[in-house]
Design a protein around this ligand. Structure first.
Ligand code: NAI
Length: 681
């Protein structure tokens, strides 16, 4: 492993800044820590409230991520209050957390890591602790002690497996005391601790030992996986995009989930192993991972090729997984724990790929990242004599660790569209863009599509920036092009596992009196304003029916559906067909819990490119007014005398997309400030 430390960036820096620098270097290296894992500390002299000298320890705050950490995420704890705890024999997690809260130099600082005592009980100034893959490959083996000794001799001291907390901290402190010459501590099934007189020394030592472990494993390894040259098993010719919505539907029976799919060569190679069914059922690489991945992935041999058969195949496999989980819970629960859900977090289908799931794309990505590392750890541990990990009881205690369960109760209420996936057409501009932004704000994952691919990507990038990792993707999509439509919906299934909401919005507004209208313009309006809606509707319904968990389709029509305007024939006729399509979808979708509703906006100028100079001039002429008078004309013509905006339409779309309109289908909502000629009747 590359030692990335450069003296320049932290020359003359404070100990805390050196610690932050160390943390960032460690966080960048995925095979050292993943997603919030690992922690580090440095001990420093300080002055207490009364100006008395005290020794404090800056320790990583609980839940912060090493790759993006900032100094404020390092609470300082008083060591003169932490060290005496070493004399105790026991301390519950709750007592420890409460005690540490009172050791903070600044009560407003974040909660210190659950491993604070572990750092405090070590005498060294700077400490670094990670869950590095290379060390997990050594400690997750059948003959773990011998394997570690063979690699490091007696330069390291071993600490038996304990859950993080007082017991582990005490064991760490004792191991350091009893092995004063040790260069590091290796925690069984957990990770590595190194130290030094400053963060650089602790880091250097860490990288050196990890590199030694990597080289040790490499020397033992003949091929990356023992089964690498086994040919791929025959598998049904089913695309992952067909499987994904069926799988997502089954996994979403209680609460919808977001899926991530991985069919990278390394993952497929792992899935080809003849011993896959056993190698994957040993357990997680560390207790830390278990909280994300559950104990075992589900392995499914897909025997069917048609959706119904795939559904049955997957449903049976999930049923078996749930039964096994219930049995494991019954065998290990002892103090009134409530059983967590029985769903796997990872589904492996040989020949196809790996799906991971979570409440959002970020959560699904964390599981995928962890399991990709687990795959390497399993393979490496097997070259060292066999993968072995936590016992049933240890795994259960880690999964039902009260501190983690308590954290679940603190989670904020989920947003209306959390766990949902929406595809919006014509979303690079105007109303579509406003809707995409609003749905994302309320928790949806959005496939931003438009004829203008660059514009769509700009909107998707903005959504990711404001709402989080992988929360939007873009797709260049002409709604009149069947192949592009199919490709965009496949992208939705591949990226997120399916779809819940369609906002069929893309449209154009050709103008002209019927007797002057060119056939070309008429055809184009029908192609985009009618057939385009049909194509995206058909693709949506196909996915929603495979999922079997309902869905919502929203059509952006126009006030012209109920009150057509002069010289707007090609537009109004095509939009009336769109409205009728919406009603048919409501009729056909009802029995599947699929809703379809439409929005009828009027006169939205701000941000809309529909209102070209040409259109403005023609509409102004149709009403016998000047172009400048147009916005005011539309305002004065509505009952509320207001200007209608794209954001107003987005609010109505949000209502129709989510649970607040759960009992509404086949409806039409005007967003026009009140135009009495256009009242739906
Ligand atoms: P806009 O022109 O700002 O946005 C429409 C988007 O659709 C553009 O980004 C465009 O690139 C895209 N688009 C055009 N043809 C496409 C195709 N074949 N495939 C995919 N994307 C395509 O227009 P605005 O105002 O946001 O309109 C959106 C929808 O709202 C349209 O259906 C329109 O009929 C409807 N509407 C607009 C009103 C207004 O006053 N702006 C009033 C009533 C309805």
């Amino acid at each position: 492993m590359l030692n990335r430390w450069q003296t320049g960036p932290v020359l003359n820096a404070s100990a805390l800044d050196q610690l932050v620098y160390q943390s960032r270097l460690v966080g960048e290296e995925e095979s050292l820590v993943l997603w919030g894992g690992g922690n580090n500390s440095v001990k420093e002299p300080a002055l207490d409230l009364l100006g008395q000298p005290v020794e404090v320890m800056y320790i990583k705050g609980s839940g912060s991520d090493m790759k993006s950490i900032v100094p404020a995420q390092y609470p300082a704890v008083r060591l003169d209050w932490v060290r005496p705890l070493f004399e105790r024999d026991e301390m519950s997690d709750e007592e420890m957390v409460a005690y540490l809260a009172r050791c903070l130099m600044d009560p407003a600082s974040p909660r210190p890591s659950i491993e604070t005592l572990l750092h405090g009980f070590l005498p060294h100034r700077a400490i670094l602790h990670t869950h590095t893959d290379a060390i997990l490959s050594l400690t997750n083996t059948v003959g773990r002690k011998e394997t570690v000794r063979e690699c490091f001799g007696d330069r390291v001291a071993l600490v038996p497996y304990h859950l993080p907390g007082f017991k582990l901290s005490k064991a760490v402190g004792l191991a350091a005391q009893q092995n004063p010459d040790a260069k590091a501590l290796i925690l069984m099934n957990h990770g590595l601790i190194t130290w030094g007189s400053d963060p650089q020394e602790a880091y250097d030592s860490h990288i050196k030992l990890v590199t030694e472990a990597e080289e040790f494993v490499k020397a033992k390894r003949n091929t990356r996986f023992p089964a690498a040259d086994v040919p791929a098993p025959p598998h049904p010719a089913v695309e992952p995009e067909t499987i994904a919505p069926i799988l997502r539907g089954l996994l979403s029976a209680d609460k919808p989930v977001i899926l991530e799919f991985d069919d990278s060569p390394e993952t497929l190679e792992f899935l080809n192993r003849p011993d896959l069914a056993t190698a994957t059922q040993v357990g997680p690489a560390t207790p830390d991972h278990l909280l994300y991945t559950k104990r075992f992935p589900l392995v499914v041999e897909l025997l069917e090729t048609e959706p119904e058969g795939i559904h049955n195949n997957l449903a049976q496999a999930l049923g078996r997984y749930a039964t096994a989980y219930q049995e494991y819970f019954a065998a290990n629960a002892k103090s009134g724990e409530t059983m967590l859900d029985t769903l796997p977090r990872i589904v492996l289908i040989p020949g196809v790929g790996m799906w991971t799931l979570g409440k959002d794309a970020r959560a699904a990505r964390i599981v995928a990242d962890i399991y990709r590392h687990t795959i390497r750890i399993i393979a490496d541990a097997q070259t060292l004599g066999g993968f072995a990990t936590l016992s049933d009881a240890d795994a259960f205690n880690a999964e039902y660790w009260p501190l983690e369960l308590y954290k679940l109760t603190l989670l904020p209420k989920e947003k209306d569209l959390a766990r949902r996936i929406a595809l919006v057409t014509g979303a690079a501009s105007g109303i579509g863009r406003a809707i995409a932004r609003r749905l994302a704000q309320e928790g949806a994952h959005v496939i931003v599509t438009d004829l203008n691919g660059d514009g769509a990507e700009m909107v998707a990038a903005e959504i990711r920036q404001n709402n989080g990792l992988n929360r939007a993707i873009s797709f260049k999509l002409d709604v009149t092009n069947q192949e592009q439509v199919e490709a965009a919906f496949k992208a939705a299934c591949r990226t997120y596992g399916g779809l819940d909401i369609l906002v069929s919005n893309a449209g154009i507004a050709p103008v002209g009196a019927i007797d002057k209208l060119q056939l070309r313009e008429w055809d184009l309006s029908l192609a985009i304003n009618t057939t385009g809606h049909f194509l995206v509707t058909r693709a949506t319904l196909d996915i929603l029916k495979k999922q079997g968990i309902g869905g919502s389709l929203i059509y952006n029509a126009t006030k012209n559906v109920t009150a057509p305007g002069k010289d707007f024939g090609a537009y109004s006729v095509a939009k009336a067909a769109e409205a009728q399509l919406c009603r048919i979808v409501a009729i056909e979708g009802g029995e599947f819990g699929i809703r379809a509703n439409m929005l009828n906006p009027d006169a939205i100028f701000e941000g809309s490119s529909l209102w070209s100079e040409d259109l403005k001039a023609k509409r102004a002429a149709a009403y016998g007014i000047s172009v400048q008078e147009l916005p005011n004309f539309y305002r004065q013509r509505n009952l509320l005398k207001v200007e209608v905006t794209a954001e107003d339409v987005a609010e109505a779309a949000l209502f129709l997309a989510g649970p607040r309109s759960a009992k509404t289908t086949g409806a039409m909502i005007p967003i026009d400030g009140g135009v009495k000629e256009a009242f739906p009747r």
